[in-house]
Design a protein around this ligand. Structure first.
Ligand code: ZN
Ligand code: ZN
Length: 328
């Protein structure tokens, strides 16, 4: 197999030849067709997340077909089209797993962070954390659903069912969740970096009622807001834009420090919370919704060997929609 490997934090990934991995009991091996490039991959590469496995193969938005099955796997067979998400394993017996909150498991493994991921021709996964996908479909277009879509969906659910919803940072997740929110009959207000008129036009094209700079106040009060950009300064901005009792959800795994802000911004029962990871139930719900809502993703695709370029384009904000690696 071939893989793009991070050997040391902060260095470019290297294309490495490795022996084909063999799935152990309870595991499957997947021949990767496409793997999305998520902002979290940048946080892994930059060393902003604690204790990554090194060397690591990043990538947790994987679409491919099963090409080998380990022992004691009875629900998956060779040839099935599947997706592999960020949540790679949970312990099943800590208080969070027992309470149906496996996203907060005390002893989890995460694909592309603490177990090898999908920037590769092959990946081995715990069979219990693999989603079965429709047999047909565009692999590149599907890949961003595995994290941008899925964690986007969890953050949308956590935001509540308010009609006027603000999305801060109009990248891979927001461009999918804007479509879901429109399908649900909500009004979307999209906030981008000041001056990013291309992203604002993109948001309007996807049905946003208003699109503007994150430094602006929207024309109407928001019921809720989700922050997808890793920028702490957006927290007081979003709190300032939501109504009394409104909710602000931080959807990223890492964010720059939140600046001090006056108490009045959170007064009147405004709520601020973060969303961590996903559960398998989120995945089952989201893939059903995505099919009904007719989500169309916008992607920029790169061959596997050009993963460093994809990461760099994401870092520089050069992308509209999502970057995806494909394996020929
Ligand atoms: Zn657990
Ligand atoms: Zn992700």
């Amino acid at each position: 197999m071939q893989a793009m490997v991070l050997e040391r934090l902060g260095e470019p990934l290297k294309l490495v030849e490795r022996p084909d991995p063999r799935p152990a009991d309870g595991e499957v091996r997947v021949r990767v067709a496409a793997c999305g490039v998520c902002r979290t991959d940048l946080h892994v590469v930059d060393g902003e997340l604690p204790n990554p496995k090194l060397p690591i193969v990043p990538g947790h938005e994987i679409v491919g077909r099963i090409d080998a099955v380990g022992g004691r796997v009875d629900n998956l067979v060779v040839g099935m089209r599947v997706g592999i998400p960020w949540l790679g394993h949970t312990c099943g017996h800590c208080r969070y797993c027992r309470d149906g909150r496996e996203n907060l498991c005390d002893h989890p493994l995460f694909t592309g962070y603490t177990r090898d991921g999908g920037y590769a021709t092959h990946v081995v996964a715990d069979a219990r954390y693999v989603f079965r996908l429709a047999e047909s479909g565009d692999d590149v277009a599907t890949a961003p659903l595995l994290c941008a879509g899925l964690i986007g969906w969890r953050s949308l659910r956590m935001a509540g069912d308010g009609k006027a919803i603000g999305l801060y940072g109009f990248g891979a997740a927001a461009h999918i969740i804007a479509q879901v929110a429109r399908w649900q009959g909500r009004d979307v207000f999209a906030f981008t970096r000041p001056g990013d008129v291309a992203a604002q036009a993109f948001a309007r094209k996807l049905g946003a009622r208003w699109a503007g700079s994150s430094e602006e106040k929207p024309p109407d009060e928001l019921d809720c807001a989700i922050i997808y950009a890793p920028v702490g300064a957006l927290v007081p901005a979003a709190l300032n834009a939501v109504r009394k009792g409104g909710r602000v959800v931080c959807a990223g795994i890492h964010m720059s420090d939140i600046p001090g802000f006056p108490y009045r911004l959170i007064w009147e029962e405004r709520e601020l919370l973060s969303v961590a990871n996903l559960t398998r139930k989120d995945g089952d719900e989201f893939f059903a919704v995505a099919a009904k809502a007719g989500i169309v993703t916008e992607t920029a695709s790169y061959p596997l060997g050009r993963a460093n370029e994809a990461l760099s384009d994401l870092r520089k904000g050069r992308l509209q929609g999502a970057a995806v690696l494909f394996v020929q």
